[in-house]
Design a protein around this ligand. Structure first.
Ligand SMILES: C[S@@+](CC[C@H](N)C(=O)[O-])C[C@H]1O[C@@H](n2cnc3c(N)ncnc32)[C@H](O)[C@@H]1O
Length: 252
């Protein structure tokens, strides 16, 4: 992707409520499965936080100190504004860093959290590298696009081989947690509304204004066509893939 395409893509997603599938209810469900005690002052990292929809949900439903990380400062600025508006600025700190080179100390966090972002370095690499930041007995909680059936149509396999060849089954990802020092305590599949109501719906609504802002340039139209293609693939093949939340407890 060229720098111009990247900036256009960030611009399209810059004021959407979230940048990937998910929902407040699913975030709370994963928090409960990771045994997050609402009263305890734990330390959490939220890696690939985007504009921080789930960071706000995490903060509102816990007493945690949260370090929210993303590569793009525009997303972090939006999260800072939302944190101030919600009176949560004392518990949410933002860090501009790459998820494969995080400036954290060993065993700094009780929980490493990541929604819809670990794919940027690959699920296996993420669970391997982030383990050292988690306290023994602490949790890694990550949502990852996953096959939800044992077999699937060739056209879909080809699509994902081009987009993200590391996509795996739920059992395959659980195996990776086991292989890299976690007990896979729970997992669940995100329901359809996490894609449609919370992600694709708000994104689609922004296509006309985005195109007009960029004078219907070839580059802007290509970005929108690509998003429409992704949405079309999801509508056709949603029985075969979704995001899944994985909850792993770090074992010594
Ligand atoms: C699909 S979005 C998910 C954002 C957010 N967690 C959510 O669910 O709304 C993926 C996020 O990963 C961030 N990202 C991409 N590459 C990254 C990297 N190398 N290090 C840190 N963040 C990265 C993007 O800026 C984006 O905010």
């Amino acid at each position: 992707m060229t720098e111009q395409e990247l900036q256009l893509l960030i611009g399209l997603h810059s004021d959407t409520p979230r940048q990937g599938p998910g929902s407040p209810a699913e975030t709370r469900k994963a928090m409960a499965l990771a045994g997050i005690d609402k009263r305890r002052r734990i330390k959490m990292a939220d890696i690939g936080c985007g504009s921080g929809a789930q960071t706000m949900d995490l903060a509102e439903n816990s007493n945690a100190l949260i370090t929210a990380v993303d590569l793009f400062p525009g997303f972090l600025e939006r999260l800072q504004r939302n944190a101030r508006a919600g009176g949560l600025q004392d518990r949410i700190t933002t860090v501009e860093a790459s998820m494969d080179n995080l400036p954290f100390a060993d065993e700094e966090f009780d929980v490493a959290w990541s929604e819809g972002a670990i794919y940027n370095m690959g699920f296996e690499e993420g669970v391997k590298q982030w383990r050292r930041f988690i306290k023994p007995g602490g949790y890694l909680v990550a949502s990852e696009v996953s096959w939800i059936t044992g077999a699937r149509p060739a056209e879909l396999e080809e699509y994902w081989a081009a987009q993200y060849p590391q996509i795996d089954t739920i059992s395959g990802n659980i195996r990776k947690l086991e292989q890299h020092g976690y007990s896979p305590t729970a997992h669940f599949i995100l329901p359809e509304y996490c894609w449609t109501e919370y992600y694709y719906g708000p994104l689609q609504k922004r296509f006309p204004a985005f195109l007009s802002r960029h004078g219907h340039s070839d580059a802007a139209r290509a970005i929108v066509e690509n998003e429409k293609r992704e949405i079309g693939v999801y509508e056709k093949y949603k029985d075969y893939y979704s995001y899944a939340f994985y909850i792993g407890r770090k074992i010594s």
